[in-house]
Design a protein around this ligand. Structure first.
Ligand SMILES: N[C@@H](CCC(=O)N[C@@H](CS)C(=O)NCC(=O)O)C(=O)O
Length: 219
């Protein structure tokens, strides 16, 4: 059975969980022994980062590499389009997720860990920055209803939990993630995918608990 090393609050791990669930694979989800980066975990997954995947002799890291591995080893249901142009668009959006969108969400973690109270001005700026980052998606996606084409792809798998976490954090700090019309339509479609909804729920609860370790929020 596949061993999937993950934390519930990680959106990178959610990508992999959603793909494992959509492909109906049998797996066990485990926290990395002694935490990520530990010697014990590096013995299993040399990179020491999460998500990690152990499948027989494969010991894999990096969410996108793992997604492509799953796509190649379990091609059905397909999460990559067939046409090379669409495949390139999928990869571009997955890159944008990792380099621009997720970092705008992750930017909340430092002030939260530092115990900055919910009304601190820093969060207003971060909510604004995050909305600006998400705006970039508007001209890149089709939203018919999924990001690329009429079928679910790795883009939808990658973004579902990130949308949810961004909205959750904005709400916790008295703001709102501003989404343009196509993004709103796309976000609705992602939430109606049952396997995405499962990971959204796991992530939402874990984030609530994680934030509560450092600061008190009402939402
Ligand atoms: N590019 C990586 C990023 C994953 C990532 O940032 N994981 C964090 C936890 S959410 C981690 O393991 N950090 C520790 C490390 O990289 O050593 C991926 O897509 O898997």
């Amino acid at each position: 059975m596949i061993q999937f090393y993950a934390y519930p609050e990680s959106v990178f791990c959610a990508k992999v969980r959603i793909a494992l669930d959509m492909k109906d694979l049998d797996y066990a989800e485990l926290p990395p022994p002694d935490g990520y980066g530990s010697a014990a975990y590096k013995k299993i997954v040399p990179a020491g980062s999460i998500p990690g995947l152990k499948d027989g002799e494969a010991a894999l890291s990096d969410s996108n590499a793992i997604l492509e591995y799953l796509e190649e080893t379990t091609p059905s249901p397909a999460l990559m389009p067939e046409h090379p142009i669409e495949r390139a668009k999928v990869r571009a959006l997955m890159g944008l997720h990792d380099t621009r969108i997720e970092p705008s969400v992750r930017a909340f973690y430092a002030p939260i860990k530092a115990g900055k109270p919910p009304r601190d001005e820093v969060y207003k700026q971060l909510i604004n920055d995050m909305s600006v980052a998400f705006e970039r998606l508007e001209d890149m996606i089709e939203a018919e209803p999924y990001a690329i084409g009429h079928h679910v792809t790795l883009v939808d798998v990658a973004f579902a939990t990130t949308f949810s976490q961004a909205q959750q954090l904005a709400g916790m700090f008295g703001g709102e993630l501003m989404l343009k019309p196509k993004c709103q339509h796309w976000w609705q479609a992602m939430q109606s995918l049952s396997h995405a909804a499962t990971s959204i729920d796991i992530n939402r609860k874990a984030m609530q608990d994680w934030v509560a370790k450092f600061i008190q929020v009402d939402a």
